[in-house]
Every structure is written in structure tokens, then in C-alpha cells.
Design a protein around this ligand. Structure first.
Ligand code: ZN
Ligand code: ZN
Ligand code: ZN
Length: 338
């Protein structure tokens, strides 16, 4: 039956079918090339190439995601009907192939798919929970994914959750999180600023306090050290000069720096004064890092994009500019060898 239908196709149709297939594979090629055109050659694109210790970008978007609830602007209006699966809330995965272990940085509202993507990258069984989850702070994009380990969902057993003191007490004393602790769905592992957690003989994680709106918890960034590379992860921070640490000195100490890029410039916030908004705008960061040599600029991967941020859109003028002047932009499923 199928064969008959195929034979009945006129020659012209076959030709247009062939052209469509060619165009489709061309499109895919353009997308992949776009990734490769980032200013760093250590990006791996296929999950089966992940080996040793690697970081996987599992999400790049600000807490509220993209599309953002109730946004009727150009940035989101089509995405409610046609979601873009690459737009997930900010998260990094860490794969330790030798020890068959996985770690998650942040528990986002997109945790179910991010956990499975991490399992695919690490060739773990579906449903394996991470061997540790590191939380930066108690804002919705960074910890609420813990709910999926509770009774109404997975009813997991003692998933290790690394948290700073205020974050720990927030989880232990406020429902529904306290229920996860009481039911032993999660097991909190205390963190201290500057103290190092050893995950294997070659992986270390160090939390560092950063200034941010700390209503319910303190906020940290992390330095993640692998066997040969290290990465700094600061998804949320107030302005760089509000920090007692020198961000430029920090960048010099690591190989990669994933930095808060919530907003690109004032246009996104209706031209309000950017000095009032408690995030370093990308244009401000580029000015601050402007005199760094190219090898230092290439370490920087902008991440944590608000739904309005033009860096989320492939081919935007702003995206091209950021890449052209030497910085990188974190993309979903980028893999970085550590
Ligand atoms: Zn955030
Ligand atoms: Zn929007
Ligand atoms: Zn925050």
C-alpha cells in the first residue's frame, strides 16, 4: 500500500521533497555552526561525546522562564503556542563519568527534563537522581524544582541538597519544603562560604557569598574545580562594585566564568536608569571587562537571561556583537570539559 502511494508521486513532487529534505538538513547545519562560532573550541555538541568530568548547560533563562507569564510583547507572544525547548531556567549539570556520578547546580522549575537530560549526557539510567544538588539561593528559579522530589511526585529518598545556613533553615522551617526534609525526600548537606566540598579525588565545589536581594536566604556563586579546569558560576548578583570581591581577579583564577546577564541594556526596562536595577547589565559588564586581554574575555559565558534579553535570540544584533568583541554566550546543551 505504502509503496503504491510512493509510486504514484509525480516526478516534480519527488524533486520538491528532495529539496525540502536538503534544506532541512542545511538548517540544522546552520544552527550547529552557530554554536561552534562561539569564541571557544571546547564546546561539544553530542551527548555521546561526553567523557571524563564535564559541565553541561541545562538552562540559561532567568527564573520566570521564556515565555514569561502574561508577557504579550514580541519576545514571548509566539512562544506560548510554539515553545522553544532550549529555553529552560538557568542550571548547570556536572558529569563525573569515572565515578558514574551526576550533580546539578540549581533546582529549577524545569528540573524534571533537566535531570533526564543530565542522565542522557552521563549515560545514566532514566530516573537516576543527582548525587548532589547545589543551591545558590531561595528565588523561584533556583530551588523550587525540589518540589518534584516530594510525595506528590517522585517521593525520592534522601537526595543530597547542598545549602548555605540561611537557605538550610528556610527549607527546614517553611512548608512545603520542610515536608521534603521531614519525609527524608531530601537530605541537606550544609555549606559554608569559602569552604570546599570534595566530590571525588578530582572534583571540588566552593560556595562564595555574593550580594543579592536576600529576603529568605543568602546568595552564593560557586567555583567548580575539575581535574584540569575550573569554572565560576554566578547566575544572580547585584552590581559588580557592590561585591567586596574583585570579579576581574576571580575571572583570572578560573578557566570559565558563567555570569549574570539578566538584562542586556536599558531598552529592555523601558529606558529606566540601569544603575537602579540590581543586576550587572551586559553592556555594563562588557565595559568593566573591556580592557581584559582576549584570553580573559573568552572565559566569560553570559547566562541567566530575562525573557526580554536579545542574547536569547539567535542572530540578534546584540548577540553577534557580544561574540564579535570576544565574549561567549551560554547555550542550552553546551558541554565544557573540566
Ligand atoms: Zn535568578
Ligand atoms: Zn517576554
Ligand atoms: Zn535571585
Amino acid at each position: 500500500m505504502c509503496e503504491n502511494i510512493l509510486i504514484m508521486f509525480p516526478k516534480e513532487l519527488w524533486l520538491s521533497l528532495l529539496i525540502s529534505v536538503l534544506l532541512l538538513s542545511c538548517n540544522e547545519f546552520v544552527e550547529k555552526t552557530d554554536l561552534i562560532q562561539q569564541n571557544d573550541d571546547s564546546l561539544v555538541l553530542e551527548s555521546d561525546q561526553v567523557e571524563g568530568v564535564s559541565l553541561v548547560i541545562l538552562g540559561t533563562v532567568q527564573d520566570a522562564g521564556s515565555p514569561q507569564i502574561a508577557c504579550q510583547k514580541e519576545c514571548c507572544k509566539d512562544l506560548f503556542e510554539n515553545p522553544d525547548y532550549t529555553r529552560k531556567v538557568v542550571s548547570l549539570g556536572l558529569v563525573d563519568s569515572k565515578n558514574r556520578a551526576t550533580y546539578l547546580f540549581e533546582a529549577t522549575p524545569d528540573l524534571p527534563s533537566q535531570m533526564e537530560r543530565l542522565n542522557q549526557f552521563s549515560k545514566s539510567d532514566l530516573g537516576k537522581v543527582p548525587d548532589g544538588i547545589f543551591l545558590t539561593h531561595a528565588h523561584m528559579g533556583h530551588y523550587t524544582g525540589l518540589m518534584y522530589f516530594g510525595k506528590e511526585a517522585m517521593n525520592a529518598h534522601n537526595v543530597p541538597v547542598y545549602a548555605m545556613p540561611r537557605m538550610q533553615s528556610f527549607l527546614e522551617t517553611n512548608g512545603p519544603w520542610s515536608q521534603l526534609v521531614a519525609n527524608e525526600n531530601i537530605a541537606i548537606r550544609p555549606l559554608l562560604s569559602g569552604g570546599e566540598v570534595q566530590l571525588s579525588d578530582e572534583i571540588y565545589v566552593q560556595p562564595i557569598l555574593v550580594p543579592h536581594r536576600d529576603e529568605y536566604s543568602e546568595t552564593v556563586g560557586f567555583i567548580i574545580k575539575g581535574p584540569s579546569k575550573s569554572a565560576l558560576f554566578i547566575p544572580d548578583i547585584d552590581k559588580w562594585d557592590k561585591w567586596e570581591k574583585d570579579i576581574i581577579g576571580m575571572i583570572k583564577q578560573v578557566d570559565y566564568a558563567f555570569l549574570d546577564a539578566t538584562f542586556y541594556d536599558a531598552e529592555e526596562i523601558n529606558n529606566r536608569d540601569i544603575s537602579e536595577i540590581p543586576h550587572p547589565f551586559v553592556v555594563e559588564s562588557m565595559e568593566k571587562f573591556g580592557d581584559l586581554p582576549i584570553e580573559e574575555k573568552e572565559k566569560i559565558y553570559f547566562i541567566h537571561f530575562n525573557h526580554t534579553n536579545p542574547l536569547l535570540t539567535k542572530g540578534s544584533v546584540q548577540r553577534e556583537h557580544v561574540l564579535k568583541v570576544g565574549y561567549n554566550i551560554a547555550d542550552f546543551e553546551m558541554v565544557i570539559k573540566m
